[in-house]
Design a protein around this ligand. Structure first.
Ligand code: HXC
Length: 544
């Protein structure tokens, strides 16, 4: 089927040359063929030089250029090129805008099929009318049926005002399909201009949202409405740019410096994902030995339990060729999630990050990790969980903000997930947070620990202050600190080690730190056939 990757080259007759390459007597082109070529050439021309220049002046590419960057050369097959609006209001129909402000079709990324749509801001501001929506819905339907990812390139003024409620209904058609596709095929949204009003909810229903610094904006109401409603003065970037949405709201998973950089990132993400829930992710051709030793993990055994370090270093050293694609890099930095390969297999990693809040679980970290775990479970991606945390983040803000309700999402996601789950406790795992981080009885498959790990109901200091409070209070004041130290050490020797946990089977094995990569890959291979793709993963990827 490789001959389908590129369209056929022009025949000598079409090129106006003879088979020997000599100029040929010009053949009269039939009228229907001439008209066909003229109609399509005009449709591909788009909105004309002036509007395209205005688009470029904003530092943006055109919709067709974007598709070229995204898909493999020569693979794009367009649908609905000639579709026009039926709306007669405000002289809309007489404008004869071919394609109705959106380019839809299919192409290949890294040699694999994708469905896509690209809103064209140069045509009616990329606004969404009924015909525009029906075109998008049609490629989404086909992507669900034929089981391939759907990618939306969004650059739009929102609901087409001239078309009234029909344009709102158009959004409803898309939202309904976003939900139908959820957990069935990967859905990616790339915001490349404005995305305003209710339009923001289509990306929010998809699995991953990309934004580009300076040109992407998402908000329910723009700066003017915010000013009149609340009196707050805010500009587009501060309200809905890639900065706040990647770091504060968590709407955006990936930020790019430029559009080409963004499309490179989309292609990289797709390289980790299966075409649908019925497939496994593509194997990599890794040359990194499965039994490569990872001496960095020995260092973890040396350092103080509360000393911060960036867990991404550990992930890089474990990963094939040290490659790790971090998701949601700027959001809830106390937990790190992302994709890597181990022995060629794609793995989703969830890791507490002691460099931020000591790696504690809070509301945002729980929600971030829970949605990632659910995505991996939807798409047959095994999970590796690296544990190093003192517990949940304490505080009134967390309690009143719903750390109970949101923390439960992570427990639910792990307990529900039936993909292979491997857990490695690096340094400490206490209390409820120990349970939440893919513990054995929350259905972990292989649970390992480094020799340095402290696993207990609570940290030694907190534990002895409760267990020995009377003894401590009764001791002379100047001796209390030394007594606490002694009792803490006794407690740590007895309980805060992996051996007690391993003796009751809650840890399968305490492992040699340098052999961690080998043990994880060995476990992944053992679990390879734990679940057949397409079974036990019928849940949608609801936005949490
Ligand atoms: C129809 C629209 C449009 C819209 C823009 N245009 N938005 N046409 N419906 N929603 C047209 C403009 O009339 C203009 O046409 C062309 O697109 C370019 O727009 P400009 O305003 O010149 O561009 P710019 O200065 O870059 O400003 C872009 C913008 C602004 C910030 C997006 O156009 C804007 O604020 N638009 C409205 C955004 C908005 O409020 N949308 C929400 C709608 S309600 P001409 O022919 O003059 O060049 C909604 C609800 C959805 O979306 C609910 C779903 C459930």
């Amino acid at each position: 089927m490789d001959d389908l990757i590129q369209p056929p080259a022009a025949t000598p007759a079409e090129s106006g040359k003879s088979a020997k390459g000599k100029p040929k007597k010009v053949r009269e082109i039939p009228e229907n063929l001439r008209k066909f070529r003229e109609v399509y050439a005009k449709a591909h021309e788009g909105a004309g030089a002036e509007r395209i220049a205005a688009q470029k002046a904003k530092g943006k590419l055109t919709a067709r250029e974007r598709i070229q960057y995204l898909v493999d050369d020569g693979t794009f097959a367009e649908t609905g090129t000639l579709v026009e609006t039926a709306c007669t209001e405000y002289g809309l129909k007489e404008k004869h805008i071919k394609g109705d402000g959106v380019i839809t079709g299919f192409g290949k990324v890294n040699g694999r099929d994708v469905a896509l749509f690209a809103q064209d801001f140069t045509q009616l501001g990329g606004s969404l009318g009924l015909a525009h929506a029906i075109k998008i819905a049609a490629v989404m339907d086909k992507a669900i049926e034929a089981k391939m990812p759907i990618i939306g390139l969004l650059d739009s003024g929102g609901a087409r005002i001239q078309e009234g409620v029909e344009s709102l209904d158009g959004y409803a058609r898309i939202f309904a399909r976003n939900v139908k596709a959820s957990g069935v095929i990967p859905q990616i949204s790339v915001i490349l201009g404005p995305c305003a009003g209710g339009a923001v909810y289509s990306p929010a229903l998809t699995d991953y949202v990309f934004m580009v610094e300076g040109i992407s904006h998402m908000f329910i109401t723009g700066p003017e409405v915010v000013k009149s409603a609340t009196g707050e003065q805010v500009d587009f970037d501060t309200l809905g740019g890639s900065g706040p949405h990647s770091a504060k709201s968590g709407v955006c998973h990936f930020v790019a410096k430029s559009e080409p950089d963004c499309f490179r990132q989309v292609r990289e993400l797709l390289s980790f994902l299966p075409q649908s829930r019925n497939e496994r992710p593509p194997m990599g051709d890794s040359h990194d030995p499965a039994n490569r030793r990872v001496p960095l993990l020995e260092k973890i055994c040396e350092i103080h339990p509360r000393r911060p370090y960036r867990v991404t270093h550990i992930i890089w050293w474990l990963a094939d060729e040290h490659k790790f694609l971090e998701v949601h890099q700027n959001f809830a930095k106390n937990i790190v999630v992302g994709f890597m390969r181990l022995g060629g297999d794609v793995v989703g990693v969830v890791a507490n990050n002691p460099a931020q809040l000591g790696g504690a679980l809070d509301i945002q970290a729980s929600v971030k990790a829970a949605r990632f775990v659910r995505f991996c479970n939807n798409f047959n991606i095994p999970l590796l969980t690296l544990v190093d945390l003192g517990g949940y983040l304490p505080g009134v803000e967390q309690e009143h903000g719903g750390v109970i309700r949101n923390g439960a999402k992570l427990l639910y996601a792990y307990a529900e997930a039936t993909v292979p789950k491997i857990t490695l406790v690096l340094r400490k795992a206490y209390g409820g947070a120990y349970i939440a981080m893919s513990s054995k009885h929350l259905n972990g498959d292989f649970n390992f620990s480094l020799p340095s790990a402290e696993i207990a109901v609570m940290g030694p200091r907190g534990a002895i202050e409760i267990l020995n409070s009377r003894q401590i209070k009764e001791a002379p004041l100047e001796q209390q600190e030394a007594l606490k130290e002694k009792l803490s050490k006794e407690y740590a020797d007895k309980f805060a080690s992996p051996y007690q946990t391993a003796s009751i089977g809650s840890i399968d094995d305490v492992i040699e730190p340098c052999e961690s990569r080998f043990r994880i890959i060995q476990s992944l291979r053992l679990l390879k056939n734990k679940r057949d793709p397409g079974t036990h993963n019928n849940a949608g990827n609801i936005p949490l």
